[in-house]
Design a protein around this ligand. Structure first.
Ligand SMILES: [Fe+2]
Length: 401
């Protein structure tokens, strides 16, 4: 039984409207001169990139912009970026600007520029990152992945038909710079996918197996739920539950955008210590089979996974019910579980996301294979409160089909 937990986070978090204006001060404080900005073509075509670059002009920084990051980055795309960028000057700092995918892209490029090799060396914790990577300032333009504060970078290995996470504390951005004004123009669908992902991070971090159930001396990045991650996750659940639908349906509501970013930040800090669990484990093999974005898959799975795990910790399930459903507190546990499940299904519907695997192109004869691959995502499967077997996973997937 483990008796120790440890909490890690970014060195600095800068949060608030127009926070991007703080960038030159930060760069000067750390004496960063040669800056690589990694973003995608979508952001590069909006005023957001200019907004980030403008404060850097008239200063002595050397700024290189790479705008070929792609959503759900593939192995091929990150390796191509690395090969192109390593020919150039050496960089003191990388700014990852965009959704979680662009920030993940920046993390992997930073790792490769520093140590070479292939991302495959690090899949599912196979090999540890040797040390510090090129420092990253992460500037999210969506509220969801929490990538700005997490240890995780997700990569799509098309050849292996697998989406896999590289997880290491060295991949955590040094600075998270969060400016809600950057998310105001985000379309409803992207707001929905990223926001429901953040809710899942918070729920999975909160309900993860408690840290003390692991073996003493284990050094996994994901430690299970512990006293510091639980309140962060609960606050995140409260903020996201209260603001996601508003942010989707009233995109210019800055108050809702602010709360969503704060919620996804708290969820990110929480789950990057305690870990996510089953929904994220299943999402990896599914992500290799469909073009649906990560958040859509996670949102779809969430109601089924919450129900699947609900009886493992009745107190936590009741807490989720109180924060999200806000219904009659006198209901018995089974009724609360049903209400929570219905709430999560309706939430997906109300923000325009699918609720069945068949809607995103998964075939029934693929479910067994998905269950088998889920069990192989050990760093997340081990974190799930309920013990997983091939049979109980196939039953869950059948229900979600
Ligand atoms: Fe996620």
């Amino acid at each position: 039984m483990k008796s120790i937990w440890e909490f890690l986070g970014p060195q600095q978090i800068i949060f608030g409207n127009e926070a991007v204006l703080e960038i030159p001060e930060v760069l000067k404080r750390f004496n960063y001169k040669s800056i690589l900005v990694i973003t995608d073509k979508g952001i590069a075509s909006t005023p957001i990139l200019e907004k980030v670059l403008a404060p850097l002009k008239n200063e002595s920084f050397i700024v290189t912009v790479f705008d070929e990051a792609i959503p759900e980055p593939t192995l091929e795309a990150v390796v191509t970026a690395y090969e192109k960028l390593r020919e150039q000057t050496s960089f003191d700092l990388i700014i990852g600007l965009g959704g979680g995918s662009s920030i993940d892209f920046a993390k992997i490029v930073s790792l490769l520029l520093k140590y070479g090799g292939s991302p495959r060396d690090y899949y599912d914790g196979k090999k540890l990152v040797p040390g510090e990577v090129i420092p990253i300032i992460a500037i999210p333009t969506t509220a969801g992945t929490g990538s700005e504060v997490t240890t995780v970078a997700v990569i799509n290995d098309v050849e292996l038909e697998l989406k896999v996470g590289l997880t290491d504390n060295y991949l955590r951005p040094r600075i998270a710079l969060i400016d809600p004004t950057l998310t105001l123009g985000l379309p409803p669908y992207v707001t929905a996918c990223s926001g429901i992902d953040a809710l899942a991070h918070a729920i999975e971090a909160y309900t993860a197996k408690p840290f003390y159930t692991f073996e003493q001396g284990e050094r996994a990045v994901f430690q299970g739920a512990f006293p510091l991650t639980e309140p962060l996750a609960l606050k995140a659940i409260d903020l996201i539950g209260g603001n996601l639908e508003i942010a989707v349906h009233q995109g210019s509501n800055i108050h809702a955008r602010d709360n969503m970013l704060l919620g996804s930040l708290l969820a990110g800090i929480s789950f990057s210590n305690s870990g996510t669990a089953l929904a994220h484990a299943i999402a990896y093999p599914i992500g290799g089979k469909t073009k649906s974005p990560h958040g859509e898959i996670i949102g779809l799975l969430l109601p089924y996974v919450v129900k699947f795990n609900a009886k493992m910790n009745p107190d936590k399930t009741a807490q989720l019910y109180s924060l999200l459903v806000k219904g009659d507190e006198n209901l018995i546990l089974d009724e609360k579980i049903k209400a929570l499940y219905n709430y999560l299904i309706s939430l997906n519907e109300s923000i325009g996301l699918p609720i069945k695997l068949s809607q995103i192109g998964i075939k029934q004869d693929e479910l067994e294979g998905i269950a088998e691959k889920t069990l192989e995502i050990k760093r997340l499967a081990r974190n799930n409160p309920r013990v997983l077997t091939k049979d109980n996973l196939v039953a869950l997937l059948d229900e979600a089909f």
